[in-house]
Design a protein around this ligand. Structure first.
Ligand code: NI
Length: 176
């Protein structure tokens, strides 16, 4: 079921979410199903449970190859519960981000370029992966939601924050 996505200003987006304690339950499966439906309907690159008002440490992300953006890196569709991020390099890189909870806007955010992420799939099977660049950026953005952090809170230069239509006129950019 497609759920409403909370928008910046809703205090629930600022809360720290709780860990998933029981895996493989119908409740967790239903949550993930709703998140997947919602993310697909809005063409998002990722979604975190608190964005639909559920304060659990569950994120999902994934970017399919798109012929219109041949340079865009593919990110495998992943559901991650109780994620833990470990940076593997000290460098940050600036990059444009958007968020379904901040519709119609984009901002430049510094993120670690390389990291390891681990967590569990919905059945409780451990997942560990290394990621860099765009993949690493998407994971950091989604996991921030679990700690009540929205990307505008990380923007260093607010001149690089604005409405997508004004920043990138004429470009067809998804509203995520
Ligand atoms: Ni977001």
């Amino acid at each position: 079921m497609i759920r409403d996505v909370l928008r910046m200003g809703d205090p629930r987006l600022l809360q720290v979410s709780k860990p998933v304690e029981r895996f493989g339950t119908p409740e967790l499966a239903a949550l993930i199903h709703d998140m997947q439906d919602t993310m697909a309907a809005l063409n998002g690159a990722g979604l975190a449970a608190p964005q639909i008002g559920v304060g659990l440490r569950v994120v999902m992300f994934g970017v399919a190859r798109n012929p219109r953006y041949p340079d865009a890196e593919e990110v495998p569709f992943t559901v991650l519960c109780n994620p833990v991020l470990t940076p593997l390099a000290e460098e940050f890189e600036d990059g444009w981000e958007g968020c379904l909870s901040v519709p119609g806007m984009r901002g430049v955010v510094p993120r670690y370029t390389r990291l390891r992420y681990s967590g569990f799939d919905p059945k409780g099977t451990p997942i560990t992966r290394e990621a860099s660049d765009f993949h690493a950026r998407v994971v950091q953005h989604e996991c921030d939601h679990l700690d009540g952090v929205l990307y505008p809170m990380r923007i260093r230069d607010l001149r690089q924050f604005g409405f997508t239509e004004e920043l990138f006129p004429g470009e067809d950019i998804a509203d995520d």
